[in-house]
Ligand binder design. Structure first.
Ligand code: FDA
Length: 618
């Protein structure tokens, strides 16, 4: 007989999606196996911008601080620049990743976490280590072969690549975190939608100490555009130079000229890459090529993420270029959405239908981030046009640069075009809205408030046009990609607010984000609702066999709203409540408790009915 291992769950893929899923499942006490065909974690830096939405998920298992420690600090992410070479002339720069002086407050108010620059080579080992220390076995050099599903679980056939021995890992659920070539998504025949995408690019990892150049050119992304180059090679018409290790390791992402086709009979040699890297550095700094990876710019997203007992996540279901830095961040958020649902179902706290809400909630988000990442790339074409990069002759390109320097109407127009094009890229470099405005619509969200309060949000592809709770800012007056407007409308992320921990001022403020999460539902109420909702939370929690934490916020309550931020954002009366799911999305809210009748009974009945609905409990 084939050797068989019994476990709770099986994950294929030890990248950001699979390893973070293991960390989140482990925090619920779930055990499992990760099957990974490679011998180590990522050996190239790949994704690096780690945004606040992903950091909030990792904060739930105590990893945000560890990762922040490992990340590149200071103002290394301050700018994105457009220049003729690293040493040469600068055409433009834009503040990036929360460092625009006019946006700093937006980022600080959105989350207790900060965006960090952390290459995947540093992120993955921490995730894997955490998962391994908390109940997940890592099976390196092991290939997924096939699976068979039965009414009670999945039997996953795997092969040890060294011994060629096959064995079976048997669990309740199987997760396909197996990347952009996902065998599992293919075997499940998941339906995919495809956009035009954008061709080929080359990641060239380079060792070159550019510290002497960075002091006056601080930033982690530098677009190199050389309109005055007399004969730029087609395979590397322009490049993004991305910091990997400050300031001596860099990823040069080469973008070919339009229409370029890689020819097998004329391979690009290491010398050709190196010559182009040197031109793009622009001085005599020694440089060495460490690795080259060609990749294609995808615009592909699955319309459905799961079938039966198999759930796919990460690049297996959304494939797109790195613009807006949404790659591994979205993988981590898929995993966080999925983990608590799986844990609740495995522990009998929720009915299996809860698992259907994973695809219903996350597939629209995948669609929106794939579109944004590709739109982010397309936005750059306006900068290329303004600088005349792809004009066929050198003389035409020279006249564009001459025009930029001319005191003439044509010069003014050209400069305005460049300015508008660079400003448009704020949608990539300060896309706080696309990172934070997700809105879920599913049976795990009680979308209509029990008192009939209408939420009236316009949800498109899992995100909303920002509109604040109090109605002060109407839909459409803020850019939904740039701006995060916090809201407690069911389906939205629980707003982060700093609260004072208790009636006597304490030295530590606590975030609503840290009161919620950690595997439990959390209920927030105010003065006048405290007794009834706390009793209801205890009663319903006991009846359903799960803890529901209850907090009251207000003068003299558990937590005081010292900045009045909660009162601005909560959108409910003093006796109302907001129920947050374990993934800190708002599941339900009630404006107030009716003034007549038994408040405690009313609150208990409402909460019990709602929790049963959210958890698909009969
Ligand atoms: P990922 O691909 O990371 O992991 C899937 C894992 O499954 C792999 O480790 C693979 O070995 C394993 N696997 C697949 N089939 C298997 C099988 N049959 N058996 C066992 N194991 C199997 N993003 C970004 O935001 N900025 C960037 O600059 C870049 N740059 C970049 C460069 C390159 C070269 C690549 C390939 C990718 C990027 N990305 C990126 C994308 C980013 O790396 C990506 O979004 C995440 O790695 C996706 O994480 P996943 O865990 O979903 O897949």
């Amino acid at each position: 007989p084939v050797p068989t291992i019994e476990t709770d769950v099986v994950i294929v893929g030890g990248g950001p999606a699979g390893a973070s899923l293991a960390c989140f499942l482990a925090s619920h006490g779930i055990k499992g196996i990760i099957i990974e065909q490679h011998s180590t974690s990522a050996d190239t830096p790949r994704a690096h911008i780690t945004n606040m939405a992903a950091q909030e998920c990792l904060r739930d298992v105590g990893l945000d601080a560890v990762l922040e420690n490992l990340s590149t600090k200071g103002d290394c992410m301050k700018h994105t620049r457009w220049c003729a070479s690293m040493a040469g002339r600068e055409f433009a720069r834009i503040y990036s990743w929360g460092n625009d002086p006019s946006r700093v407050g937006d980022y600080e108010r959105a989350s207790p976490c900060r965006p960090v620059d952390l290459p995947q080579t540093l992120l993955e080992p921490e995730l894997v280590r955490h998962a391994a220390l908390h109940g997940f076995q890592m099976r390196w050099d092991t290939e997924y072969v096939s699976f068979a599903e039965s009414p009670s679980g999945v039997a996953v056939a795997v092969r040890d690549k060294l011994t060629k021995a096959e064995y079976v890992a048997r669990g309740k659920y199987l997760f396909g975190a197996d990347g952009a070539r996902s065998p599992l998504a293919a075997q499940l025949s998941l339906p995919f939608s495809r956009g035009p995408g954008g061709g080929l690019a080359f990641n060239v990892l380079v060792k070159a100490d550019l510290s002497h150049l960075i002091k006056t050119r601080m930033g982690n992304l530098h677009w190199i555009m050389q309109p005055l180059h007399d004969n730029p090679p087609d395979f590397a018409a322009m490049s993004i130079v991305r910091m990997v290790k400050p300031w001596h390791e860099w990823m040069f992402i080469f973008f070919p000229a339009p229409g370029y086709v890689m020819e097998k009979e004329n391979p690009i040699t290491t010398e050709m890459y190196l010559e182009r890297v040197r031109e793009m550095i622009g001085d005599d700094t020694p440089a060495e090529i460490l690795k080259v990876n060609p990749w294609t710019i995808n615009e592909t997203v699955a319309d459905v993420y799961s079938k039966g007992r198999v759930f796919c996540l990460g690049d297996a279901v959304h494939r797109h270029p790195p613009f807006n830095g949404l790659g591994s961040n979205t993988c981590i958020q898929d995993a966080f959405n999925l983990a608590w649902k799986v844990a609740y179902v495995l522990k009998g706290k929720a009915g299996p239908d809860l698992l259907d809400t994973y695809s219903v909630e996350r597939a629209p988000v995948g669609k929106s981030i794939v579109q944004r990442a590709n739109d982010g790339f397309r936005d750059h074409s306006h900068v290329w046009d303004a600088l005349g990069i792809f004009l066929p002759s050198l003389s035409e390109r020279q006249s564009v640069i001459a025009e930029l320097e001319a005191s003439s109407p044509a010069g003014r127009e050209r400069r305005a075009k460049l300015q508008a094009a660079v400003e448009q890229t704020a949608h990539e470099f300060h896309g706080l809205g696309v990172e934070m405005n997700q809105c879920y619509v599913s049976s795990a969200i009680a979308s209509q408030d029990s008192d009939g309060m209408k939420d009236g949000e316009n949800v498109v592809n899992g995100t909303v046009a920002p509109k604040s709770n109090d109605g002060n800012s109407g839909e459409g007056d803020a850019d939904p990609i740039l701006t995060h407007v916090p809201s407690t409308i069911p389906g939205r992320r629980l707003p982060h607010v700093w609260l004072n921990a208790g009636p006597i001022p304490s030295s530590e403020l606590v975030s609503t984000i840290d009161l919620a999460g950690r595997g439990a539902f959390s209920l927030f109420t105010g003065l006048g609702g405290s007794a009834a909702w706390k009793a209801a939370a205890k009663h319903v929690g006991d009846a359903l066999g799960l803890p529901i934490r209850a907090y009251s916020i207000g003068f003299g309550e558990d937590f005081e709203d010292c900045y009045f931020d909660w009162s601005r954002v909560c959108g409910i009366e003093d006796s109302g409540c907001i129920l947050a799911r374990p993934d800190r999305f708002v599941a339900w809210r009630v404006n107030d408790i009716p003034s007549t009748g038994d408040a405690e009974k009313w609150a208990s009945d409402q909460l019990q009915k709602t929790m049963r609905g959210i958890l698909s409990r009969k």
